[in-house]
Design a protein around this ligand. Structure first.
Ligand code: ADP
Ligand code: ZN
Length: 437
């Protein structure tokens, strides 16, 4: 495979040079951070008062972690390190786990972000000949404008379609010959179901690739989208605190996401002890952003669970790769004392062929015990004849889940297209248990 690089010198830079570059940039970040009210106070306690107090990357560890709560406490301008007049844009997180947080950008920050995004898009083989339909929310959410700017930088024809309205999405795809789309994986599956329903054939479209991210999904879900739509799907990871998309992205090898280490310093820590874990071990991703002047954030605890994949990538890029993000440490469900991640359930059900494109996990109470119900859609072909195959499928899902998560769930089968679809991030878990006050 011939690999193309947006910025070859940076993307294939020897690790020792890459680390020197990180130190140089980190010093600059420290110089700026001290100008923000939050870090001025926080850094004073650490003995890091000037950029010269940073000599090696290890010195970063003297700085305490920054948490989502810190960002909320600093709302609205506690993290701003340039004057208000230099700020040209703000974005906010989706607020999946509580009050959203706000991030500010200078003109130069937006340029840098677009260039990281262009690097991601280009690394999957896209060129300016491509037509790119951005099927994700625009607005405060970073996914829309982030990809938009990067795709324009590559020179693709960009269709800012936003998410939702599948009939209109199909029309745009057909009218303009869309070759690449960006969406959440759940929306891509929904698009595929709608194609069948509305009689849109795969042949009437020119789709070749999709970028899927903003929410966790399994390798089986990726494969399913690839097979159903006949395209390549690339995993895209980012979070608004770190600009949004453009933090880590899969290259054409599709084996882990390169985290751009000239823009971000990544660490993996044990979420309990907060100590760094060895390469190959999974833990919580902690990131320091090097490519934004307006809102510096040092050692941010993302809560996202992943790890560094050992060894080099055949594509020649030297920036380390992250495992597919399994979800957040705070996604973990405790059901009758057993710890379960929604991603474990997805992994099991999406590997079963007869299972359709959407599912929902519900937990409620039955007496004193927790009750887990897994609702899955089934492929349209399944609802035709007698109920025997349905019962057999139900039993197969139940048994496979029981083996994998050691809980015995109730399984409900639903007709294709009948479970709720979200236009933003999918809501996969409904926890209906009464909360202790
Ligand atoms: P919020 O934290 O409110 O959801 P964001 O819109 O900033 O706000 O979402 C970022 C989060 O989305 C990440 O921290 C991560 O949990 C999740 N996420 C983004 N991309 C991926 C991906 N490719 N795989 C798994 N999770 C992802
Ligand atoms: Zn690679």
């Amino acid at each position: 495979m011939a690999f193309q690089y947006w910025n070859e010198a940076i993307e294939t830079m020897p690790r020792s040079e890459l680390e020197s570059l990180q130190i140089t940039k980190l010093k600059e970040v420290i110089r700026r951070s001290i100008r923000s009210p939050f870090y001025k106070k926080r850094l004073a306690k650490t003995g890091i008062n000037t950029p010269d107090d940073i000599k090696t990357l290890n010195d970063l560890k003297r700085i305490p972690f920054t948490t989502k709560q810190d960002l909320r406490d600093g709302f609205p301008y506690g993290f701003l390190s340039i004057s208000r007049e230099e700020v040209v844009r703000l974005h906010a997180s989706s607020g999946t786990t509580g009050t959203p947080t706000t991030i500010y950008f200078s003109r130069d920050d937006l340029k840098q972000w677009a260039s990281f995004m262009a690097r991601c898009i280009y690394s999957t083989g896209c060129t300016k000949a491509d037509v790119f339909q951005n099927m994700i929310n625009y607005g405060l959410f970073t996914g829309g404008l982030g990809f938009h700017a990067g795709a324009e930088e590559v020179g693709m024809l960009v269709i800012p379609s936003g998410s939702g309205n599948t009939a209109r999405q199909f029309r745009l795809m057909q009218d303009f010959g869309t070759t690449v789309v960006h969406a959440t994986p759940s929306f891509l599956l929904h698009v595929e179901s709608k194609m069948k329903e509305e009689g849109v054939s795969r042949k009437s479209l020119c789709l070749k690739r999709a970028f899927a991210g903003a929410e966790p999904y399994s390798e089986d879900t990726r494969r399913r989208i690839e097979e159903l739509l006949g395209i390549d799907v690339y995993n895209s990871y980012g979070l608004s605190e770190m600009n949004g998309p453009g933090v880590a992205f899969e290259c054409q090898c599709k084996n882990g996401l390169h985290i751009w280490e000239d823009g971000y310093i990544a660490e993996i820590v044990d979420p309990e002890t907060l100590e760094n874990v060895p390469e190959g071990t999974r833990g919580e991703l902690v990131i320091t952003i090097l490519c934004r002047e307006a809102t510096p954030i040092l050692r941010y605890r993302t809560r996202d669970l992943t790890g560094f994949i050992p060894g080099p990538c055949p594509c020649g890029r030297t920036h380390r790769r992250l495992y597919r993000i399994a979800g957040r440490s705070d996604d973990m469900l405790i059901i009758n004392g057993v710890n379960v991640f929604p991603s474990q359930i997805e992994e099991v059900i999406m590997a079963i062929q007869e299972v359709g494109n959407n599912y929902l996990i519900e937990i409620d109470k039955e007496g004193v015990l927790d009750r887990l119900t897994v609702k899955t859609e089934v492929t349209p072909a399944m609802f035709m004849d007698d109920t025997r195959p349905l019962n057999a499928l139900k039993e197969k899902i139940r048994r496979t889940l029981q083996t994998s998560i050691t809980l015995n769930p109730r399984v409900e089968l639903h007709e294709s297209g009948s479970l709720p679809v979200s236009e933003g991030k999918a809501v996969r878990v409904k926890d209906l248990r009464p909360r202790d006050l």
